[in-house]
Design a protein around this ligand. Sequence first.
Ligand code: NAD
Ligand code: DAU
Length: 353
Amino acid sequence: MNKILITGGAGFIGSAVIRQLIAETATSVVNVDKLTYAGNLQSLVSVADNPRYCFEHVDICDAAEVARLFREHQPDAVMHLAAESHVDRSISGPAAFIETNIIGTYTLLAAAREYWSGLPAERKTAFRFQHISTDEVYGSLGETGFFTEETPYQPNSPYSASKASSDHLVRAWHHTYGLPVLTTNCSNNYGPFHFPEKLIPLVILNAANGKPLPIYGKGDNIRDWLYVDDHARALRLVLEKGRTGETYNIGGWNEKTNLEVVHAICAILDELHPQGAPHASLITYVQDRPGHDRRYAIDANKIARELGWKPQETFTTGLRKTVEWYLANTDWVKAVVSGEYQKWISTHYGGKG
Ligand code: NAD
Ligand code: DAU
């Protein structure tokens, strides 16, 4: 691929994909991001001056701007990660999720189709629209079993319902118009540059600062954790080698209860940051999330079998790297916690941020 248009590239996973692409390939990247509270250009400082990287401050719901991006940049592929991504926020304020995740995906699909239809034959055949989605579209599992690509959709939260809608739109654009799409459904990611509203970064920062560690319900809900760079590698592989019209589940075979995750973080901190040990004494049980899905677990056999992908990190190695990263990158953390990161954006982008 010569040039990839990546939406949501200032977010947690998008920025990991961009850092990898710039470091490990010759591909050019156009990062298209609205810079909501979750967008942070300080996560991309290492690539900002690279001639193969460029940033476009655009809302994917803005049809005219999205059409301009395709016209001006002439990408060979789209990796669509832009979304509202936090389940708790979707419960208290679903409107933004409907707007970005559904209308935004529709707007992007319409512009991509228009652009793709006009490409010369060879570029048209090679073009790809990759949609990055979540395992939450499948709903919640009981004590046993796994989500496969054939599991029926049963989204339970406003977030997962909006992502399920976007998956269906992407599918329809392939089935009806022939747009060469690929969809991936991944489990919970963790790693560096993760916004500290999500469980793992929140617990690392709270524990390191002697604050309570909020556990929803009994802490026995199960998530299946994958290190973010492993997800980024899987996405790049699916984009290059995946079969169009197919979906690929991505997961690390790493089921943990939330309490297990929190105890593992506390144990690492007891060793690396002994002030305040034992950190587990900060665990505080709080009111459960409404509609809290019980268990997620991905069957990642298809992507392993067809494309040869497997994760490089175990939960033990990935979690230690993550805790070390948060302890070492105090400037990034301070700017996020204080809200400075958004001022940094306006300073560098002339008030556009
Ligand atoms: P994130 O919240 O960290 O980042 C989302 C990015 O999208 C931000 O940079 C934000 O500014 C941008 N954005 C939001 N609305 C926009 C709009 N209207 N126009 C342009 N940009 C907009 O999210 P993430 O955790 O990096 O997730 C990325 C994608 O991967 C999402 O589609 C999410 O559903 C999916 N996903 C996430 C996980 C996970 O564990 N984090 C797992 C599976 C799938
Ligand atoms: O499964 C993939 C999904 O994983 C992605 O699609 C979402 O974008 C991503 O946010 C994530 O969703 P979760 O809701 O699973 O992630 P979160 O970090 O918010 O919560 C993880 C688990 O921890 C969940 O069972 C709720 C619980 N939790 C969360 C927070 C923030 C707590 O117990 N306490 C907390 O403070």
